[in-house]
Design a protein around this ligand. Structure first.
Ligand SMILES: [Zn+2]
Length: 443
């Protein structure tokens, strides 16, 4: 027997139009995890709809709330939440080579990944995220944590040239990716992709193989690209071209692919992205903290390139809050473009929702409130003094600390955050496990 839930919202942003509209006094009906209908409360004389106009099982009063799609965190490494604050104030290469890679080779196993991902999921749900992309070792640990919690996850299984505790060589990583794909492909909350780490950690042959497999199995692909000027300079020395050109030449870039960072962008890069249909995932806070550079998001968007938004891992951010990421993205874009009208609030919101879903290849499932899509939603209580007065809900959403007022989150219609309380994760356990890892890592 199907259950129908009716949400009565003061404001609704569906993200169905660009720029998005803010609708008032709307009812959203959920059945079997999907959006069944969206009706205005102010139009009671609309024709009787047999599908919808029957008794509903549950009603949620959101008369002081803004209802909207959950955020899509389109790039990150969830389990790295257990390294939060371990190595700060360092540039990318020294941070990676002297701190993160040694710590990973010493500590990361399936338990670490499972427990670190649970910590990350708890933080993301509380700030309105309903889908997260992940690229990390032991993806089964990530996926089990997500599925048990009820959260949507796109797992980019890692592929690199060198050995780790998880795999030996590119062939081994790819075999593991395919077996994860086989194991989880029927899980509605999970999408399995391929995650070649970066052009400087993987060679051409496995990149070519990844493209073939992505096409064959319809898997999304994500790679770190042009994260720093150093990466681009090193590629010019070693390969005689920029990493984007190298990837384009071997036929790697296409609409399956999303590229995290892209802080270094010239006209040729823009032409390559436009032609290939690949997306970019902007991670402004990680880029700022590691002094990696500034992605020219306003220029990318005006060139017709799809851009999503991601927090990156909590070791380089150090939070997983998509609301503050939107705020940083909007402010940074203005500084980079030297134009206060660059990346207006609604575009930052689009990047954080539908843009991310498109980058991950799941915009037919999530990223907007639309009949037939999954009910991946969040409600934010808009009564706090810090959100007053309410001239423009989108502006309040992006430029104020609105995520602290996220009261409800649903993924595929299941309420995972209810009046600010997580319903599927025992918070005390999650904190105790994080503290236990700190003690283990510190000796
Ligand atoms: Zn990353």
């Amino acid at each position: 027997m199907s259950r129908t839930t009716r949400l009565n919202a003061r404001w609704l942003i569906t993200m169905q139009t660009s720029p998005p509209e803010v609708l008032e006094h709307q009812r959203v009906y959920i059945r079997d995890g999907q959006i069944l209908a969206i009706h205005s409360m102010d139009a009671p004389d609309q024709p009787f709809d047999e599908e919808v106009d029957q008794p509903f099982d549950e009603e949620v009063d959101l008369s002081e709330h803004l209802l909207m799609p959950g955020y899509v965190n389109a790039h990150g490494h969830a389990a790295m939440s257990l390294f939060r604050g371990m190595a700060d104030d360092l540039p990318l290469m020294s941070w990676l080579q002297d701190h993160i890679w040694p710590a990973e080779s010493r500590w990361v196993d399936r338990d670490f990944v499972y427990q670190g991902t649970r910590l990350a999921i708890a933080e993301m749900l509380r700030s309105g995220t309903t889908t997260f992309a992940d690229m990390y070792f032991y993806p089964d640990g990530v996926l089990d944590a997500a599925i048990e919690t009820g959260m949507r996850c796109v797992s980019f299984t890692p592929v690199i040239d060198f050995p780790s505790a998880y795999g030996q060589n590119p062939d081994d990583y790819i075999q593991k990716a395919l077996s994860v794909h086989e194991q989880y492909r029927n899980q509605p909350l999970a999408t399995i992709g391929l995650g070649p780490h970066a052009p400087y950690t993987i060679s051409d042959a496995p990149l070519r193989q990844i493209s073939i497999l992505a096409e064959e199995f319809s898997m999304p692909v994500q790679i770190h690209l042009h994260e720093t000027a150093f990466e681009v300079g090193q590629s010019l020395e070693q390969h005689g071209c920029r990493p984007s050109q190298r990837l384009a030449q071997i036929g790697f870039l296409d609409s399956h692919v999303s590229c995290a960072h892209m802080t270094q962008v010239n006209d040729e890069d823009i032409a390559i992205f436009r032609q290939s249909g690949a997306s970019i995932v902007h991670c402004p806070e990680s880029n700022l903290k590691l002094a990696s550079g500034f992605s020219p998001t306003a220029r990318l968007l005006s060139s017709g390139i799809n851009v999503g938004l991601g927090t990156d891992g909590a070791a380089s951010n150090n939070d997983l809050n998509m609301q503050s990421e939107m705020q940083t993205a909007a402010l940074l874009a203005k500084a980079v473009a030297e134009d206060a009208s660059a990346l207006p609030a609604w575009q930052a919101l689009e990047m954080a929702t539908l843009g991310g879903a498109r980058a991950l290849g799941i915009s037919d499932q999530t990223g907007s409130v639309e009949v037939g899509k999954y009910a991946d939603l969040q409600a934010i209580k808009m009564t706090d003094l810090a959100l007053q007065p309410m001239y423009n809900p989108i502006s309040q959403l992006v430029y104020t600390g609105s995520s602290q007022f996220t009261s409800h989150v649903w993924v595929a219609g299941q309420c995972l955050l209810e009046n600010g309380q997580l319903t599927t994760l025992p918070v005390d356990d999650v904190i105790a496990q994080a503290q236990a890892w700190q003690h283990t890592i510190c000796g």
